[in-house]
Design a protein around this ligand. Structure first.
Ligand SMILES: Nc1ncnc2c1ncn2[C@@H]1O[C@H](COP(=O)(O)OP(=O)(O)OP(=O)(O)O)[C@@H](O)[C@H]1O
Length: 724
């Protein structure tokens, strides 16, 4: 420590008693106190602070010496800066940058074009002033008096005649050649004027357009530019490190504020803020112990602190560690950004369900691909959130794979999926009992189908064709394998679960979800009221891909996205139905976050379906699928009529099953009473009820059906056929 010389005069005892102050600590305290009282007013336009060294203060050495880390791990961890900037590395980025720049240029052009009469008037006033000022300056320069005159005056005052003479001689030397230069320039100008006078008229206009504004700029006062300043207003706020820091300290998060109070650099930026798509991204390392999800959950406050609309501010948890935040701020609010058209609308688009296809977009308009094979989807949201469109887009994609069999029910009755009817093997729309019964029977069938498929997979696994006991692309394409992708959707599933068929359907769905994945059975569920009565937790727990559109509360949010999703910052409550239709939080498709579906209306959907029909006709799948189950369902009635015990008014299911198995073992082998009940569900005329009989003198009651009901069902079916 250096001691000021004056200190030497101090009494030694006094010095001994004085408090010893640690200067570093005192400074830190001072900075901290300032930061705590109020986030400093920041000039948003000042130089970006991420260019300033803001690395955290020196800490202790790393616990593991660098040499201890294996070389390959070090190589993996080494982050190289990309040669090209992010925006120049993809067509999307390049296009976005060009679009943004040209938009800006267009804006500036239009701004000045509107003001051009004012600029013309100003130029007319200042150009003559500029001309005379220019002449005066040229003459002044030729005399070479600038600077010299003052020096000569000073020499004269001091009485230094020889200095005066030297200075004057110097001036004369300078002025001699300057007059020549001036004369030459004047001659050039006169020649130019003569050439212009003799040349075509446009030469004169061109010369005027170049010279007049030049003279006007020389003639105007320094503080009065000819053109007005293009005011950027709040069109786009450039993201700077200071702005991000201010925003983060305004979130009222004690952990952030106290850390910043102790160390102003507690919030740091591992990479510079840079352009990313149509906006800028800041990767932020939050203070130790603060999780990025906590900031994500406060998106509203963040937007307020940045003074931007909410749909322009998109915080996400960044890869790396849980304290790393990726804050993306768009050039404009997402609601004003034009989503690119869905790739599957293109004329030659096809889908291979074993590969991914575009389904959603991020706020940056990057595409998010979805896969259907080995997945189940749960899509939820309140009415008007865009859930049916999201679900329908998945089914449309499935339609473009001619191998996929599509069956499904839309239990609201608005006919959102009617457009897909030509490619569906089975479809029902409505919330009446008949449709619900058919949907319940469909689930029973689906469960049986899973069991059948499990046997088939076992068979192919023994042949070495299903290595992981899973459907392979080869097996899916193999005609007759029965292992083609089966896409089963149920929109508004809460209608079924809360109906009288709900309990049984819920239990079977849970099993289908667990079983079906490996067997090529893809379940897509849409719901409006996600609570445990409308959607058993056994189902929600086993879904692997979730998309939650606008919901009202945390409970609904977590039912769809999984427990704790809300706490982790995955909050679909931020979206409003209608205004934010199509926006939701996707989980299970890479990093979770805010995503938007493509808005495909029924007309565009119809075009996709027409192409799907063509693909399916070529593949020979159109007639096969719709026929298959139809035949089984209706032949069951005929088969029952054929095996009915003669003279009996009613028969037990188990008796009928045994007789059916005898008639057609390939179709009915192993059927039990409950299976027959399920298969009869679509025929509402047949009521399965208790049927009593005397066996060995004792009365025995079992489930069975009445002959009269069977005949009514057959008559009904025939009537329907003749109407069709
Ligand atoms: N990605 C999107 N972009 C813009 N608008 C969309 C998008 N997706 C859906 N919409 C619009 O939102 C409205 C509601 O869509 P949809 O019918 O899918 O909602 P829903 O959640 O199923 O509602 P409901 O339960 O009432 O049918 C439609 O008018 C649709 O055009």
């Amino acid at each position: 420590m250096s001691i000021h010389p004056l200190n030497d005069a101090y009494d030694v005892d006094q010095v001994a008693e004085a408090e010893v102050v640690d200067l570093t600590e005192a400074r830190t305290r001072r900075i901290g106190a300032a930061a705590e009282t109020a986030p400093a007013e920041v000039d948003d336009d000042q130089d970006d602070a991420e260019t300033v060294d803001d690395s955290p203060a020196a800490e202790g050495g790393p616990v593991d010496m660098a040499e201890d880390i294996p070389h390959e791990v070090q190589l993996r961890q080494r982050e190289r800066r990309p040669i090209l900037a992010d925006w120049a590395r993809s067509w999307r980025g390049l296009k976005a940058a060009v679009k943004h720049q040209s938009k800006d240029a267009g804006y500036v052009l239009a701004y000045h074009a509107v003001r051009s009469p004012k600029y013309a008037a100003k130029t007319a006033v200042w150009a003559p002033v500029g001309l005379f000022r220019g002449l005066g300056q040229a003459l002044h320069w030729a005399t070479a008096e600038e600077g010299n005159w003052h020096l000569r005056q000073a020499a004269a005052q001091r009485g230094e005649a020889d200095v005066w003479l030297k200075l004057d001689a110097r001036r004369q030397r300078q002025t001699a050649w300057r007059w020549w230069v001036l004369a030459f320039a004047t001659a050039l100008i006169i020649t130019g004027l003569v050439v212009l006078a003799l040349g075509p008229a446009w030469w004169r206009w061109l010369a005027l357009a170049a010279v007049v504004p030049f003279l006007a700029t020389r003639g105007r006062p320094a503080d009065k530019p000819l053109t007005d300043r293009v005011s950027e207003g709040t069109r786009y706020r450039k993201l700077t490190a200071e702005l991000v820091r201010r925003a983060l300290t305004s979130l009222q998060m004690a952990a952030i504020n106290s850390a910043v109070a102790k160390d102003a650099k507690a919030i740091s930026f591992p990479v510079d803020i840079h352009r990313d798509g149509p906006g800028h991204i800041a990767i932020v390392d939050l203070p130790y112990g603060v999780e990025a999800s906590e900031v994500v959950a406060r998106r509203g406050r963040l937007a307020s602190a940045l003074r931007l609309p909410m749909d322009q501010v998109w915080p996400e948890v960044a890869p790396g560690h849980t304290g790393r935040l990726a804050l993306w701020v768009g050039y404009e609010p997402a609601s004003q950004m034009q989503q690119p058209p869905w790739a599957l609308l293109a004329e030659n688009a096809r889908v291979d369900l074993f590969k991914s296809f575009p389904w959603l977009t991020t706020p940056k308009l990057d595409g998010i691909d979805a896969e259907l094979m080995f997945r189940n989807y749960l899509i939820g949201g309140q009415p008007g959130s865009g859930k049916s469109v999201a679900l329908r887009n998945l089914v449309l994609a499935a339609a473009l794979d001619p191998r996929a069999e599509i069956r499904g029910y839309e239990l609201k009755g608005t006919g959102d999926f009617n457009v897909l009817e030509p490619v569906m093997a089975e479809y029902g729309s409505g919330f009446d009992d008949d449709t619900l019964a058919r949907a319940a029977a469909f689930i029973d069938w689906l469960y049986d189908e899973c069991q059948q498929r499990a046997k088939k997979i076992g068979h192919y696994a023994r042949l070495g064709k299903a290595p992981d006991n899973k459907v392979t692309p080869e097996l899916a394409s193999l005609k007759g394998s029965g292992l083609h992708p089966l896409v089963a959707f149920i929109d508004e599933i809460q209608e079924l679960i809360t109906s009288k068929y709900g309990k049984a359907a819920g239990e079977k769905l849970e099993k289908i979800i667990k079983l079906g994945r490996a067997l090529g059975v893809i379940l897509l569920l849409g719901t409006q009221i996600p609570d445990k009565d409308s959607l058993p937790t056994g189902i929600t727990r086993n879904v692997n891909t979730r998309f939650c559109l606008s919901v009202l509360d945390q409970v609904a949010n977590d039912m769809i996205l999984g427990t704790s999703a809300y706490k982790l910052g995955l909050r679909a409550t931020i979206f409003e139905p209608g205004k934010d239709a199509g926006w939701g939080i996707a989980r299970g498709l890479g990093a979770p976050g805010a995503r938007k579906t493509y808005n495909v209306n029924s007309i565009s959907a119809g075009r996709i379906v027409a192409r799907a029909v063509a693909l399916r006709t070529a593949a020979g799948n159109i007639p096969t699928f719709p026929a298959e189950r139809e035949v089984t369902a209706s032949t069951l009635l005929d088969d029952l009529a054929r095996v009915w015990p003669e003279g009996d008014k009613s028969a037990w299911n188990e008796t009928l099953c045994a007789a059916l198995a005898e008639l057609r073992p390939d179709a009915y082998e192993g059927w039990e009473a409950a299976q027959l009940t399920a298969a009869l569900k679509p025929h509402t005329a047949i009521k399965v009820a208790d049927v009593g009989r005397r066996v060995d003198g004792k009365s025995v009651t079992r489930r069975g059906i009445r002959h009269a009901d069977l005949l009514t069902a057959i008559a009904e079916r025939d009537r329907k056929r003749s109407v069709d």
